[in-house]
Design a protein around this ligand. Structure first.
Ligand code: NAG
Ligand code: NAG
Ligand code: NAG
Length: 552
């Protein structure tokens, strides 16, 4: 009796062991199915590998997605100082681990004093607009402060340490920064030129080392004393002194009164996905409109077959033209009335616009209510997914390459020229207003998948994101292929520009439908994204800016 009982116990124990071994094997196997190069805990996709790694380091230390994003942004202000920095602004879309999504908007605001005739000096076609008259009040650091207050886990100062060290020891100039350094050279921007010059006054080049010692001191002070040091303290005094010497109108009062806005994200239903976007003045509503128009055509991988492909791209270009005609509705809601922005995200509106699309031809600009505005470019984007499922999609900018081209020698900060984003879009604006933006840092979520995505490139943002999202979610391309696919961009005069490597046969067919082709000197679209599906995390930093994501 006792023996058979003992045998039964042994048997059960063996069976239990088998079950455990089987379970471990299966879970290992399932994990091994994750594609090569994917991660199982967390990832950061920034413009450069250095900054993706610094973001990852924060997550590995137990930081939140916001901690990782702030550290990666601070790093980017050194690695790609032509794109963003403390003198600019950012818009964060943050999903917490319970799935609730908030927007932290720290985009620049119009200062109290500004030139009333500034809109008259807007050019008709794109060019760089350096100079203090275009400068908005920087919001970047107030944005970090607010995001960290709401979601930070690591100490504030620890987010700054890797970048302070990097700024002091110097960074090798990347191919990307190297190609922009000559833009720092103009008569109005002597201090900026000096920042990127060697002892003999020659401009630095790719591979040379650039140090940011003054900026390192500024970062250290903010790390130790908090954001107030930048907005009300000695740094603010130094910054304002430099700005005023360079012809800018910012005052201490402007800095002290800067306020971040925190709001709920707007959520859009897109098939099985919820897409979370920031409300105006951000550009998410136009991204949403374009995607909703296209969703109505029941797209799938077959839609990219020969004749169907031409029809798809024709309709898509038409959708982008209507979106351009609606740009005027991107205004800071605190300074504009009207229900239209919300309406733009509704199915009925997308259905209406789709009904205006003619399948065999394009139309004159007035058909789309198109008035030409000013294209823009520049900017950076960071996407982060943390181990607890929280996520950050944040786009940050000083607007054009090197912003206003005003470098503050006392603080090491490069200032934005964000007010030029009003050009062609408004007849007047107000102190305190945030300029319209194309930024659309987004998070998309379905039952099985989460996609954290955003783009840079000024007015190319909508195109870049719509293209990557459609290619990935609807046409079945991998995230990497979806981002790498050449884009078609409709510019501020509704001319159509094709990225190199775009299907030439398709270009001819689109021209036959009446689209006007123009060549673009450069494509500034850069999409950085992280996704999680079935426990596997895939992170892609756009190869266009030679980026690389990091995860673990
Ligand atoms: C700077 O100004 C001088 C004299 O006005 C002019 O000859 C030169 O082309 C300018 N340089 C740049 C880089 O704008
Ligand atoms: C979407 O937004 C609406 C209104 O703000 C809210 O009631 C709803 O719960 C949100 N849905 C999701 C899935 O977040
Ligand atoms: C163009 O503007 C007119 C007048 O405001 C408006 O009735 C019409 O719906 C607009 N069309 C489009 C495509 O936005």
């Amino acid at each position: 009796m006792a023996r058979s009982k003992a045998r039964m116990y042994t048997c059960s124990a063996l069976m239990l062991l088998c079950v455990i071994v089987l379970f471990v094997c299966v879970s290992l196997l399932v994990r091994r199915i994750c594609p090569k190069g994917s991660f199982s805990h967390a990832a950061v996709a920034a413009d450069t590998w250095t900054c993706s790694q610094i973001g990852r380091e924060m997550l590995q230390k137990g930081g939140s997605a916001v901690d990782g994003a702030i550290a990666a942004l601070l790093c980017t202000s050194l690695m790609n100082p032509q794109s963003m920095g403390l003198g600019g602004g950012a818009i964060f879309t943050v999903m917490d681990s319970r799935g609730k999504v908030k927007i932290i908007n720290s985009r620049e605001r119009v200062p109290e004093m500004f030139s009333p005739d500034i809109l008259k000096s807007c050019p008709n076609t794109f060019r760089f607009l350096p100079g203090g008259q275009w400068m908005g009040i920087p919001g970047e650091i107030r944005g970090y402060e607010q995001a960290h207050k709401l979601y930070g886990k690591l100490p504030w100062a620890s987010l700054f340490q890797p970048s302070i060290q990097l700024a002091r020891q110097g960074i090798p100039i990347s191919q990307i920064l190297g190609q922009y350094i000559p833009y720092s050279d103009s008569n109005d921007s002597r201090p900026l030129r000096e920042l990127f010059s060697d002892k003999n006054g020659n401009l630095l080049q790719t591979g040379d080392i650039v140090k940011f010692e003054t900026l390192a001191n500024t970062l250290e002070t903010i790390a130790n004393l908090g954001a107030d040091a930048f907005y009300t303290g000695k740094i603010a005094e130094d910054l304002i002194r430099d700005v005023q010497e360079a012809g800018g109108t910012l005052t201490m009062q402007d800095m002290a009164s800067y306020k971040v806005t925190v709001s709920d994200a707007w959520n859009i239903t897109l098939g099985e996905y919820q897409m979370y976007i920031p409300p105006p003045p951000a550009g998410g509503i136009l991204l949403s409109l374009v995607l909703k128009i296209m969703e109505g055509y029941d797209l799938n991988p077959e839609s990219l077959r020969r004749e169907q492909k031409t029809l798809f791209y024709h309709r898509y270009v038409e959708a982008l033209k209507f979106a351009n005609g609606l740009k005027r509705h991107l205004r800071d809601p605190q300074f504009s009335l009207g229900e239209l922005p919300k309406k733009l995200t509704e199915d009925s509106f997308a259905n209406h616009i789709r009904s205006l699309i003619t399948d065999d031809m394009s139309h004159q600009p007035q058909y789309y209510n198109m008035t030409s505005y000013l294209d823009s470019m520049g900017t950076t984007h960071v996407s982060v997914l943390a181990p607890d499922g929280s996520a950050v999609s944040v786009t940050s900018s000083i607007n054009h390459i090197f912003g206003a081209k005003i470098f503050s020698p006392r603080t090491g900060v490069i200032l934005n020229n964000q007010l030029s984003d009003f050009c062609g879009k408004v007849d007047s604006f107000y102190s305190g207003e945030q300029p319209p933006s194309s930024m659309s840092p987004a998070v998309l979520r379905s039952k099985s998948k989460m996609l954290v995505i955003g783009s840079t490139g000024g007015t190319m943002i909508t195109t870049a994101m719509a293209s990557a999202i459609m290619n990935h979610l609807w046409f079945g391309k991998s995230l990497k292929e979806a981002i790498a696919a050449p884009v078609v961009f409709v510019d501020s005069e509704n001319a159509v520009k094709f990225e190199p490597d775009f299907d030439t046969h398709l270009i001819e067919e689109l021209k036959a439908r009446g689209h006007i082709q123009k060549t673009a000197k450069k494509f500034y679209n850069v999409v950085n994204a992280v996704e999680k599906e079935d426990g596997c995390i895939c992170a892609v930093s756009d190869a266009r800016k030679l980026g690389k994501a990091a995860g673990y």
